[in-house]
Design a protein around this ligand. Sequence first.
Ligand code: GTP
Ligand code: MG
Length: 173
Amino acid sequence: EESYDEECDYLFKAVLIGDSAVGKSNLLSRFSRDEFRLDSKPTIGVDFAYRNVRVADKTIKAQIWDTAGQERFRAITSSYYRGALGALLIYDITRRTTFENIKKWLSELRDFSSPDTVIVLVGNKSDLRQSREVEEEEGKTFAESEGLYFLETSALENQNVEEAFLSMIGRIH
Ligand code: GTP
Ligand code: MG
């Protein structure tokens, strides 16, 4: 674990997007502070977290932006996406509508971000096996058709969280 003010070679901005309650804020708190809350509140406006990661022989400071999935709590869209080199596009495997809405999020992301932005599709809450409404194969197939990377995660069980963020950060050039 590296400290907040350690010297870094690069600063990368990345954004989290997806419907309300898919687990964006908990994925970020898991990645940045190893924290998870069952009773977390919806995000209002924009939040940030930082984590330094080593990629090859460089230290990258990842500045990760988290916003509200709920339209009425969202900040100005263009400033949220501006300069983002990476994005995690997140749905909840137990709510099919959140997967169907990925198309809408992807089109907004493509409208406002650069064509080089590295996008990783994330199916979160993989721990809730009994309530699954989206098969892993469907996520994978959709990601392939759109040229995205894909992973299922659990912020609760800390499954694949590190991998999701690092696969995005590691592919940013
Ligand atoms: P908005 O801020 O409204 O856009 O929501 P969000 O996407 O940030 O969701 P948030 O992280 O606040 O999580 C919503 C709910 O889902 C909370 O009750 C979390 O505890 C729960 N949750 C998040 N990730 C997981 C997970 O991996 N597994 C399970 N079982 N619950 C999760
Ligand atoms: Mg949130």
